[in-house]
Design a protein around this ligand. Sequence first.
Ligand SMILES: [Zn+2]
Ligand SMILES: [Zn+2]
Ligand SMILES: [Zn+2]
Length: 108
Amino acid sequence: MNIYGAVVDNSTRCIHYHSEKDIIAIKFTCCERYYPCYKCHEEQADHSIQRWPQEQFDEYAILCGNCHTEMTIRQYMSTTNCPQCHAIFNERCAMHYPIYFEQSANED
Ligand SMILES: [Zn+2]
Ligand SMILES: [Zn+2]
Ligand SMILES: [Zn+2]
């Protein structure tokens, strides 16, 4: 699995987000590449981010950097730790969902 961006370790931490819990990478639908965060994508991709549409939330687009298992966007959004290895994810990532994932109309 190739992870693009300014990755600093084997658990997909990057120069922007590298706390204990920052262990996921996100596949961007615009380029089908995994990056640890949107800033990595911003710096290295030659295009702007395209958000995942809701009808594709069952795509495998989240990678746990701890066990390197992929999960779907829907799985990721409904959990606070990895379904496979139970590593805890950074709950503050939820603040950034609107950058990566299309929001439903009544949440906007
Ligand atoms: Zn892209
Ligand atoms: Zn980054
Ligand atoms: Zn895991």
